[in-house]
Write a protein that binds this ligand. Sequence first.
Ligand SMILES: [Zn+2]
Length: 143
Amino acid sequence: MIGSPESDVREMFRRSGYTLTSQRRAVLDALQDFKGHPSAEEVYLAVKKKNPKVALGTVYQALSVLEEIGLIEAKRWSESPVRYDLNTEPHYDIRCTRCGKVAEIPGLKFDDFAARIRENTPYKVTNTSLVIEGHCPVCQMED
Ligand SMILES: [Zn+2]
């Protein structure tokens, strides 16, 4: 699932105590239009197209509120600015370390991963942060 329905967005804002301001809405819309894993800078440039007066700091603040509320996820790969993902369902993304392209990995289930950890350790998993990097098909051709 990419993004949350409007009712969920309103509910998540209401529960968090934050207000769904027009700026936060504009940032969320830009993320929805992006269909990828943009950096704050890329989100800022997209918001700026419709709203030329927006400041980069405002976009950063909106992104951090959206992350705190749980409407977006921040992904932190090495050698890359933080990237934002509207897909907050547990899933894995891989990032090409040469061109920076990010793709979701199909067929790798978070539930299987969590079950394996339960089988092999006495821990209950409450959070994961898994960074997967590689070379995309285009960059492999340059090997
Ligand atoms: Zn690549």
